[in-house]
Design a protein around this ligand. Structure first.
Ligand code: PRP
Ligand code: URA
Length: 212
C-alpha cells in the first residue's frame, strides 16, 4: 500500500504482534500498559531514525577512531493527556534527557471536538525537535489542536507518534499540518459513527488506566 508522504507506518513484526495483543478485548490493564510502553520504544526507534550524527575521537582497546555520536539535537516529548502518558516511559528510555511537556485534551462525546483543560510546555521549543505522543489518531481533532498549541509556543520541527490511525485522521493531519510527520503502527479501516477507530482497540485512555 502506498502512503502519503507525511506518514510512516512502522510495520515491524514485533510491533504488529504486540499490537494484536493490545487490541484483544480481554487483555488486562497491566498487560495493555506494558505493551504500550514496549511498542512506544519500538516506534521511537523509527521516529528518531534521522537524528543528526557527528563523530567523536575515542580509543578502543586496539586503536583511536572517530566514532559516531549524536550531535545533541535537543528533544522535547509532549504527551497528550491522558493516553499519551502510556507512551512516555518507553520513549524516555530512548531519549532520557528529553524535556517533557503535557497538553490535556478530551473529546466531547457529542461533537468530537477537542477540549483543552491543561497545557504545560518547556521553553525554547523553537530550537527543539518536538515529538507529540498519543496512541490514537481518530478524527485528528485532538492531534490538530495539540500541534496548534506547540506551534503557538514556537515549535517548528514537529513529529506526531501514535499507535493506531484512522484514514480520516491521517488525511486531516495532512491538510491541517502538512509539515508534521506522522508515525503509526497501523492505519485501520475507518471511523465508526461514534468516532471510534475500527477495528481499533476501544478507548485507549480507559484501557490504560482501568476507568469506565
Ligand atoms: C482519545 C485519544 C486521543 C483522542 C483521539 O482521548 O487518546 O487523544 O481520543 O481522537 P480524535 O483524533 O478524534 O481527537 P480522549 O479524548 O478519549 O481522552 P483521554 O485520553 O483522557 O481518555
Ligand atoms: N479515542 C480512543 O481512545 N479510541 C478511538 O478509537 C478513538 C478515539
Amino acid at each position: 500500500m502506498t502512503h502519503p508522504p507525511h506518514l510512516t507506518v512502522v510495520d515491524h513484526p514485533l510491533v504488529q504482534h504486540k499490537l494484536t495483543l493490545m487490541r484483544e478485548k480481554d487483555t488486562s490493564t497491566a498487560s495493555f500498559r506494558r505493551l504500550l510502553r514496549e511498542i512506544s520504544l519500538l516506534l521511537g526507534y523509527e521516529v528518531f531514525r534521522d537524528l543528526p550524527l557527528t563523530t567523536r575521537r575515542i580509543e578502543t582497546p586496539l586503536q583511536p577512531m572517530d566514532a559516531p555520536t549524536l550531535e545533541g539535537k535537543k528533544l522535547t516529548l509532549v504527551s497528550i493527556l491522558r493516553a499519551g502518558n502510556g507512551m512516555l516511559d518507553g520513549v524516555l528510555e530512548l531519549a532520557p534527557s528529553a524535556r517533557v511537556g503535557f497538553v490535556g485534551l478530551y473529546r466531547d462525546h457529542d461533537t468530537l471536538e477537542a477540549i483543552e483543560y491543561y497545557c504545560k510546555l518547556p521553553s525554547d521549543l523553537e530550537e527543539r525537535t518536538v515529538v507529540l505522543l498519543d496512541p490514537m489518531l481518530a478524527t485528528a481533532n485532538s492531534a490538530v489542536a495539540a500541534v496548534d498549541r506547540v506551534k503557538q509556543a514556537g515549535a517548528r520541527d514537529i513529529r506526531f507518534m501514535c499507535l493506531l490511525a484512522a484514514p480520516e485522521g491521517v488525511a486531516r493531519m495532512g491538510e491541517a499540518h502538512p509539515d508534521v510527520r506522522v508515525f503509526t503502527a497501523v492505519v485501520d479501516d475507518r471511523l465508526n459513527e461514534k468516532g471510534y477507530i475500527t477495528p481499533g482497540l476501544g478507548d485507549a485512555g480507559d484501557r490504560l488506566f482501568g476507568t469506565k
